[in-house]
Ligand binder design. Sequence first.
Ligand SMILES: [Zn+2]
Length: 231
Amino acid sequence: MALIVRLDVDRPYGREPWLRHALSRLSSDFFLPRLESMAYLAELKWMLGLLNAQGVRAHLFFRRCTLPSESALELIRQGGHEMGLHLEDSRSYSTFLREKQALEAALGQPVYSFSKHGSRGIKYGLHHYAPYEPEKYMEWGARAGMKLFLGNMEDPSLPAVSRDGCVCFPSAFWLEPSWRNVTLHPVSWLLSRMETHDVVMLAHPENIKASPRLEEDFMTVIRAGKQQVAL
Ligand SMILES: [Zn+2]
């Protein structure tokens, strides 16, 4: 049984300070050149450093505004992490395919996994399609030869399902407590759950970096999951 670490890479410049926050918002809607001088993907690289030091592999999901830079790719290769699509425009199969192909072209390799950007029907930015329609994603994933879909439901005990070769974990243990029933599912629940079940832990690097408490929870989980390998 295993801990499956899922990182959704939402913000190219994190949340802080104000200028980087503004650049994250602008990059989400408009094409901006990558600004290494503004610490592009600094929060992701920080988190990859923590994972690599523990030897824990993760699934990383990218938007078109957070494509990995060469320095991020180096850390990804070192840690043996998997790269997938963080689906933003989920209006139709063709918009899904367009995002998948754009990511593959940028990475120079095929991608076999995806997750969905946004939850609870909230719209994030110009290109984002807010409805969450997992049945459709399962069908599209199988049709496009994808192997893994990691879903956004908030009850982390839901079992995985499979369709035509595409495995779906419908839910995740959201490390950030705003999306988790912390009474039913404290961090200690995850630690014992992953001994007997495959379970997905979802985290967003910029949120974890901003909170010492969340960083501590993250480290507790990955240290415990150290001997267990992601898919
Ligand atoms: Zn997202």
